[in-house]
Design a protein around this ligand. Structure first.
Ligand code: IVH
Length: 698
C-alpha cells in the first residue's frame, strides 16, 4: 500500500513519474492526516508517516516545478476542514417532491397505482396513505447501535452531513437509549425545530444583547444546532419530531402507521396531527384541517407530507433521483403581501437567460423581509403588465424566490410605461436573442459576458456541485471580479494566490488556511458531481448522474461527447439512446463540448482533480450488473416503471431502443419492432418469466 516511501530512488525518477508520485503522496498524506487528527485513529506508524513526508520533500526538492497546490509540505498537521466533522449517512437522506394542487396530488396517487401494477389492474385494492404535517425545521439523523445513541448528523448534501452529536446531547427530550429490545442498528430521522414562542423569546434576548436577530424559527433552529460551542446550543430549547428511518439492521414495522407507534414507544415525539387516510378525500380533509389550524400551532409548518403506508410498497416504489416515489409534499398556499415596484432590473443567469427582477419597497412576507421578486421572463412580465411604480401582490413559498403575483390595477399611477425587454445584454452589450420555442431571451456573449461567467462559477461551487466549505457565491463573484480567478480550474489554484487573498478585507492566515484545506478536500470528486458542476444547459443533477452512469469515467465521457458533436455519429445515437436523454439535452451537451474554452477548462480540471469513476450500486454479484437492458411490450407482473427501477437497482442500465450495445431485450405481450430488431442484431431475448428467473425473483 505504501507506494510512496519505497520504490525508485528519487534521483532516478523522471518528471512524469515524479508528478504521479507527488499526486499519490499528497492523497496518502492527507488521508493519514485526517485519520490521525480528525478521526483519532491512525492507520500507520509515526515512522512510516514521517518517511512519506520525507520522500515528498525530497521529490519536491529535485523537481521544484512540480510542487502541487495541495502539497503536504505547504501545511502542517491536520487538514480537517474548519468546523464540523463529517458523517456519512448509512443511508442517504433524501428530499421530497412537491405537488401544488389537488389535481397534482391525485396524479401522484395515480402514478403510484400505475407503478404497482396490481393496483392498476384492480382499483378496489386500497392504497392507504399517512398524512403528516410538514415541519419547517431542519432534518436530523440519529444513529442507534444496540439501542444506544452513537451519533447525530445533519442532512448536509444528503450523503454526508455534519456531526452534531455533542450539540444534540443538549436536547431536553433526547432519546439516548431505546428501551426494551432494540435493533443492532437503526437511524431515526426527524425534524429539529424551535417553537414559535421560544423563537420569539430568543430574538428578544438577541436584540437586548445587540446581536443578530433570526428571520424565522427555521433559521434560528439551524443556527442553534450548528454551533461549534455547544453551550450556545444548550441555551436554545430545540425539539424534534421523528418521522422516518434510514438504515436498519432489521425491519422495524410493516407499515408507517405502526412505525410511528414504535417511535412513541421508544420515547420519540411524533406529530399528533398525523392521520391515516383511506384515499384522496381523506388526504384533502387532513390538508384543510391542518392548514386551518396552522396559525394556532406552536411550531411552523409549510405543508403536508403524504406517505404510502405499506413498507413493502414503499420499497418497491423506491426513489427517483433524490426523492421517494412513495411520498410527496403538498405545500400550503404561499404567504402574500402588497408593496410597490421601485424599479425593474435585468439579471443575467448562468446560461445567459435575462430575468426581469422587481426591486420592491421592502415588505415582510410570512416573517421574512422581501425586497426583490422575480418576474420570470418576457412573456410573464407582459402578461401581468408589471410596470415601475405599480402596486403589486408578492408571495413567498418556502425557500422559493419571491414572485410577483399580480398588479393592483386601480393603484397604478399616471404616466407609467409598459416594460420593454432589452435586446442587448445589460452586462456585456452582446445581442440578446430569443430562439423560437423558448421563453427566455439570452445573452449571446457566453463566457465573454462577465455576468454569465460569474454565474457559471457560482454554480460550480454550489451545493450539489463542488460545495466548497467557506467559498460561497459572494466570494466567487468578488474573486472573479478582481481577477483572482477566471476559470473553474483557477479555484483549485487559489493556494498559489495566498498573498493576494491575505490582502483582502476579512481574510487572515487562519481563514485562508481553512479555505485552502476546504478546496483540497474537494479535489477528489465523483464524476456525476463534476458533470453537474459544469453547468451545461439542461444538465441537472439527475441528468448528470445518468451521464456518469452511462459513461463511467471522465475520459470515456469526454471522448464520447466530443464524438457526439456529429448527429450522424454512433456516439450521438448512443447518447440519445440513454433512457432519459433526448435530442434536446444531447444538443446542449454537444454544444458545450464544441466550445474550445470548455474543453480547455475540462482538461485543466482533470489535472487538478481526482475524478472518481461512477460507482454502480454495489450489486456486483447481481447477474445483470453493468448490462444494458431494453424492456418492450407490456409486462404482466410489473409495470414498466417498476421493472426499470428494479433493473437499475441491480446495477443494470436501461435503454430505450435496441442496439449492438444491448445485452438483453425483455419482451412482454404485443412487443413490436424492438423484439424484431433484437432478433436481427442477435441480442438475447427474454420473456418476462425468464427475466424474473435471471434476477432471482421467480
Ligand atoms: S419524510 C424520504 N416527513 O421536508 C422522505 N420529511 O422537503 C424523507 N420534513 O428533507 C422525508 N416534515 O427535512 C418527512 N413529516 C415529514 C417532514 C419532512 C418535514 C422535511 C425533511 C425533508 C424535507 C423535504
Amino acid at each position: 500500500m505504501n507506494t510512496g516511501a519505497g520504490g525508485i530512488p528519487v534521483d532516478a525518477l523522471n518528471k512524469m513519474e515524479a508528478a504521479f508520485e507527488l499526486a499519490d503522496l499528497a492523497a496518502q498524506i492527507t488521508k493519514h492526516d485526517q485519520a490521525y487528527h480528525r478521526d483519532d485513529s491512525p492507520e500507520i506508524s509515526d515512522a512510516d508517516y514521517d518517511a512519506l513526508r520525507a520522500r515528498n520533500g525530497a521529490i519536491e526538492a529535485r523537481f521544484p516545478g512540480l510542487v502541487r497546490a495541495d502539497s503536504p509540505s505547504k501545511r502542517v498537521g491536520s487538514t480537517a476542514a474548519a468546523g464540523f466533522t463529517k458523517i456519512r449517512h448509512a443511508q442517504a437522506m433524501l428530499s421530497l417532491g412537491n405537488v401544488f394542487s389537488e389535481d397534482e396530488l391525485a396524479d401522484f396517487l395515480t402514478g403510484i397505482r400505475r407503478f404497482l401494477k396490481e393496483l392498476a389492474d384492480d382499483e378496489t385494492i386500497p392504497l392507504e396513505m399517512v398524512a403528516e404535517p410538514k415541519i419547517d425545521g431542519l432534518s436530523l439523523s440519529l444513529r442507534y447501535e444496540s439501542g444506544a445513541l452513537v451519533s447525530a448528523a445533519t442532512r448536509g448534501d444528503g450523503a454526508v452531513g455534519e456531526d452534531v452529536t455533542k450539540n444534540v446531547m443538549t436536547f431536553k427530550d433526547l432519546v439516548t437509549r431505546l428501551p426494551g429490545e432494540a435493533p443492532d442498528l437503526v437511524e431515526i430521522r426527524g425534524e429539529v425545530y424551535l417553537s414559535k414562542a421560544d423563537f420569539q423569546a430568543l430574538n428578544v434576548r438577541q436584540a437586548e444583547a445587540g446581536i443578530k436577530i433570526f428571520a424565522n424559527p427555521r433559521n434560528a433552529a439551524a443556527g442553534s444546532l450548528r454551533q461549534l460551542d455547544t453551550s450556545i446550543t444548550a441555551g436554545r430549547p430545540l425539539k424534534m419530531f421523528a418521522y422516518a428511518w434510514g438504515a436498519t439492521s432489521e425491519p422495524i414495522a410493516e407499515n408507517h402507521w405502526q412505525f410511528l407507534d414504535q417511535l412513541k414507544t421508544w420515547g420519540f415525539q411524533t406529530n399528533d396531527r398525523t392521520r391515516l387516510c383511506a384515499g384522496l378525500e381523506d388526504m384533502l380533509e387532513a390538508y384543510t384541517a391542518v392548514n386551518d389550524a396552522r396559525a394556532s400551532l406552536d411550531y411552523d409548518i409549510d405543508g403536508m407530507v403524504y406517505k404510502v403506508n405499506r413498507i413493502d410498497w414503499q420499497e418497491r416504489l423506491g426513489f427517483v433521483s433524490r426523492a421517494p416515489r412513495w411520498a410527496v409534499a403538498y405545500k400550503f398556499p404561499a404567504e402574500q403581501a402588497v408593496t410597490v415596484v421601485n424599479d425593474i432590473e435585468i439579471q443575467v443567469g448562468r446560461t445567459g437567460s435575462l430575468t426581469p427582477v422587481a426591486k420592491l419597497e421592502p415588505v415582510t412576507v410570512g416573517g421574512v423581509v422581501v425586497s426583490n421578486a422575480t418576474l420570470h421572463n418576457e412573456d410573464e412580465i407582459a402578461r401581468k403588465d408589471v410596470r415601475v411604480g405599480d402596486t403589486v401582490v408578492v408571495q413567498r413559498a418556502g425557500d422559493v424566490i419571491p414572485q410577483v403575483v399580480e398588479v393592483v390595477a386601480d393603484k397604478r399611477p399616471k404616466n407609467t410605461q409598459a416594460f420593454q425587454m432589452p435586446d442587448t445584454c445589460p452586462e456585456c452589450g452582446s445581442p440578446a436573442v430569443r430562439s423560437e420555442g423558448e421563453v427566455a431571451r439570452r445573452c449571446t456573449g457566453g463566457y465573454t459576458c462577465p455576468a454569465q461567467a460569474a454565474e457559471k462559477l457560482k454554480h460550480f461551487v454550489s451545493r450539489g456541485a463542488f460545495d466548497i466549505e467557506g467559498l460561497g457565491a459572494k466570494h466567487i463573484a468578488d474573486f472573479f471580479e478582481d481577477g483572482i480567478i477566471e476559470t473553474e480550474a483557477d479555484i483549485f489554484r487559489l493556494g498559489e494566490k495566498r498573498d493576494a487573498l491575505l490582502e483582502r478585507e476579512g481574510w487572515g492566515d487562519l481563514s485562508v488556511d481553512n479555505l485552502i484545506a476546504a478546496i483540497d478536500a474537494r479535489r477528489a470528486v465523483p464524476l456525476e458531481r463534476l458533470i453537474y458542476a459544469l453547468g451545461i444547459r439542461q444538465v441537472g443533477q439527475a441528468t448528470a448522474r445518468l451521464l456518469a452512469k452511462t459513461y463511467g469515467s471522465l475520459s470515456a465521457w469526454m471522448a464520447a461527447m466530443i464524438a457526439a458533436k456529429d448527429p450522424e455519429s454512433e456516439a450521438y445515437q448512443e447518447l440519445t439512446n440513454v433512457d432519459g436523454i433526448g435530442p434536446s439535452v444531447a444538443e446542449d451537451v454537444a454544444a458545450y463540448f464544441a466550445h474550445a474554452r470548455n474543453l480547455g477548462v475540462l482538461e485543466d480540471l482533470g489535472t487538478q482533480l481526482d475524478v472518481a469513476n461512477f460507482e454502480t450500486p454495489d450489486e456486483t454479484d447481481s447477474p445483470v450488473a453493468g448490462k444494458t437492458i431494453v424492456f418492450t411490450g407490456s409486462l404482466e407482473r410489473m409495470s414498466r416503471g417498476e421493472a426499470k427501477a428494479k433493473a437499475e437497482a441491480l446495477g443494470a442500465k436501461v435503454a430505450g431502443s435496441v442496439s449492438k450495445k444491448t445485452d438483453y431485450v425483455v419482451v412482454g405481450a404485443d412487443a413490436g419492432s424492438k423484439a424484431k430488431k433484437a432478433a436481427e442484431v442477435g441480442v438475447d431475448v427474454l420473456s418476462e418469466d425468464e427475466w424474473r428467473t435471471l434476477i432471482g425473483e421467480a
